[in-house]
Write a protein that binds this ligand. Structure first.
Ligand SMILES: *[C@@H]1O[C@H](CO)[C@@H](O)[C@H](O)[C@H]1NC(C)=O
Ligand SMILES: *[C@@H]1O[C@H](CO)[C@@H](O)[C@H](O)[C@H]1NC(C)=O
Length: 694
């Protein structure tokens, strides 16, 4: 008898353990990072739509960071990449690469690619003509650099998978973001605003990945809403901006000081509902008079150009560093807060459905709880789009908060494509500046069918959205998804994922037609469409229902994309010089804080992107060996390139000697490639005289 009940007890325990370990089973997790830096000079940057913001060098490289999570049955991939945004062409090309390697393991359904939204990287990778036109057309080299980097990071994650645990935690970061369109935010109902302490989200949410066996952190994804526009529209150095530098700082910390991209721990600072969120926390000021800007229109004496936000540093590099350090500091605090973290358990699943935005008819709830009916519109941009923002004003006489039209602009607009009467009505009160949805020659200027995607890891949802949701738009989306899940679910918005469609404001914010409202391209009910759509996706995942994939997004003929960006034809040094000759030597001795500068006879950097390599090295003599102190991916160095005469050019490299640098003998090296008349890009290098750090 006794034996028998013991046996039963044992069986019950085993069964219990089996059940528990089933629900608490660890995941298979992989992380990877790869170089996706575009051409280091000569290409206009993507973000500010400023034709004069052409790249002239490199401060921080662009990295793609990939995270794979597998529950034994299903797998998802989350990628955060240092770029303005991603277009669907990029996702297609990445999936194609992965298909060739791994069959149907990685698909449109389970791969999320989210851009960090830095405004300081080369453009021309977007396909849809409106996005590439301010770059003067498609740039194959930028496109391929991104595709290669994203694919590479996923391959590395795939090859590094270990048994691991996932934790979720969050923290409050108060001094790193402000709302740049508070007048729009104010349009939301008071009762709704009272639910929140601020007009931007101050919470940083973190997923932490830990190796089950060693208990070591292998990676983390941090989501904190802020535009990576600490670097303003006068900058020509490629940089991943505040979020990119935060990631570099955190990885350096967790990888024992390894150079960027070279450690095994990968930490991303990914984009979220940052639509109306600025890092320039000193706020806007009239730079011509020192007065406050007009609140609703962000103007100074009626003009937008002078109303510019900045801070917290004295210049844009300082501001980038300070915002980055604050985000990094908070992320580490959250990482170490093991008391506050919650283990994520449960199944992994993902779904993607394409949506024909203008074809949607919806009924949804506004901020005051009332229902409204609405439809999607054919894409169009409003006048205030051209006004830009206080993070980077536009070029002409446009101002934000405009609902009236101008005859001259209407004439110009109609030359491109006149909007129909239905367009005007549907988009109201937005005055249409560009009827982009009607602009289909020589191919589509704006997407019409867009990707909507949702992934679950247990009761954490990642909503991959095809644009920039404002603070309140993001909150409403999170609430809708959460109510389709459970009360203890966490919903994360992964901004600028898979497709790019500019902004998504609330219906109420849209009425004011500031920049974000004017850039909500499918009209006042754009958010309403997404609220219903993501609720549908959430319900499908909750009930394990398979949805139709939806209509196919526009397919481009990649060989026929418009471009006025020509390849490098030829490099030729000035008479009597050779590539790699150092034409400006560093001083013979320097101290911490000094900017050491050297100049070399160079070729065009577009001849070689130097992925997994560097345009420069700073080295210290150790015994009889030169050891690497800095490369082109660290904060302390800058690479700058300049055409000096026809085919001749110069590269300037700079190293700011950091505090605590070991005294000794140093030298700097430059690396490049030059194109001969026969089209070959041949490598060259140069080395400075030695100098002393004292
Ligand atoms: C950009 O930042 C620099 C300081 O780094 C400042 O001098 C310049 O006025 C700023 N320009 C704009 C357009 O914000
Ligand atoms: C929305 O449309 C439905 C069906 O046409 C109608 O019954 C309802 O009254 C409308 N709601 C509003 C708020 O207009």
């Amino acid at each position: 008898m006794v034996q028998r009940s013991m046996w039963r007890l044992g069986a019950a325990c085993l069964l219990f353990l089996a059940l528990c370990s089933q629900t608490k089973a660890d995941y298979q997790i992989g992380v990877g990072i790869a170089d996706s830096t575009g051409p280091a000079a000569g290409i206009i940057f993507m973000g500010y739509a400023k034709l004069t913001q052409r790249g002239y060098g490199l401060h921080l490289r662009q990295w793609s960071r990939a995270f794979i999570i597998d529950d034994g049955t299903n797998r998802i991939v989350f990628v955060s990449v240092d770029t303005g945004m991603v277009g669907y062409g990029i996702k297609e090309a990445v999936i194609e690469n992965l298909e060739a390697l791994y069959g149907d393991t990685y698909t449109v359904q389970n791969v999320i690619i989210s851009g960090t939204h830095t405004h300081s990287t080369p453009g021309g990778f977007m396909d849809h003509l409106l996005f590439d036109i301010t770059i003067l057309g498609h740039v194959k080299q930028t496109f391929e650099a991104l595709v290669e980097g994203i694919t590479g990071s996923i391959i590395k994650a795939h090859d590094s998978m270990v048994t691991g645990k996932i934790y979720i935690n969050s923290g409050t970061l108060l001094n790193a973001n402000i709302n740049r369109s508070p007048a729009s935010y104010d349009m939301n109902p008071d009762a709704e605003k009272e639910l929140y302490s601020d007009n931007v989200d101050k919470e940083m949410v973190q997923l932490k990945f830990v190796n089950s066996e060693s208990s070591e952190v292998i990676g983390a994804i941090n989501w904190f809403p802020v535009h990576p526009v600490s670097m303003n529209n006068t900058n020509g150095y490629i940089t991943s901006d505040n979020v990119g530098y935060a990631a570099i700082l955190m990885e350096k910390d967790l990888n024992g000081g390894a150079f960027p991209g070279q450690g095994s721990v990968v930490t991303a600072f990914a984009s979220t509902n940052l639509g109306d969120v600025s890092p320039n926390i000193n706020g806007p000021i009239c730079t011509n008079t020192g007065e406050e800007c007009e609140y609703v229109t962000s103007t100074c004496d009626g003009e937008a150009q002078f109303c510019i936000a900045s801070g917290p540093g004295d210049d844009m590099f300082e501001s980038t560093r300070i915002i980055a350090e604050r985000m990094y500091g908070k992320a580490v605090e959250i990482l170490e807060d093991t008391a506050g973290q919650v283990e994520v358990t449960g199944a992994v699943s993902a779904i993607n459905q394409f949506v024909d935005m203008p074809a949607q008819i919806v009924t949804y709830t506004l901020g005051d709880g009332n229902e409204i009916n609405g439809t999607g519109c054919i894409a169009a941009m409003g006048y205030s789009f051209a006004a830009g923002t206080t993070d980077g004003p536009g070029e002409f006489d446009f101002v934000q908060g405009t609902t009236s039209t101008n005859l001259l602009w209407e004439v110009l607009r109609d030359l491109l494509a006149p909007p129909t009467e239905e367009d005007v009505e549907c988009q109201a009160p937005k005055p249409i500046l560009l009827a982009t949805g009607q602009m289909v020659e020589p191919y589509d200027w704006h997407p019409r069918v867009v990707s909507t995607q949702l992934a679950f890891i247990g009761n954490v949802a990642i909503a991959a959205v095809p644009g920039e949701f404002t603070t309140m738009a993001g909150r409403r989306l999170k609430n809708v998804i959460k109510s389709a899940m459970s009360s203890d679910a966490t919903v994360i918005i992964a901004g600028l994922s898979n497709h790019y469609t500019h902004y998504v404001t609330t219906y109420e914010e849209y009425q004011l037609q500031r920049y974000e409202g004017a850039s909500t391209i499918y009209g006042p009910h754009t958010l309403g469409i997404y609220l219903n759509q993501y609720e549908k996706l959430a319900e499908a995942l909750v009930t394990s229902t398979v949805l139709e994939p939806g209509p196919e997004p526009y397919v481009f003929d990649r060989d026929k994309l418009f471009s006025l960006v020509f390849p490098v034809i030829l490099d030729h040094p000035d008479l009597n010089t050779k590539y790699g000759t150092c034409i400006l030597q560093p001083p013979s001795s320097v101290t911490a804080g000094t900017v050491v500068t050297a100049k070399f006879v160079a070729g065009h950097p577009r001849n070689n992107l130097m992925h997994d390599s560097t345009f420069l090295r700073v080295e210290r003599l150790d015994g009889d060996e030169w050891v690497l102190v800095a490369n082109d991916a660290v904060w302390e160095t800058k690479y700058r390139w300049e055409r000096t005469y026809l085919a001749a050019s110069e590269a300037t490299i700079e190293w700011t000697v950091p505090e605590g640098t070991i005294p000794g003998t140093y030298r700097m090296q430059y690396f490049g490639a030059a194109k001969s008349l026969f089209g070959r890009a041949l490598p060259h290098s140069g080395t400075t005289n030695t100098f002393t750090v004292i």
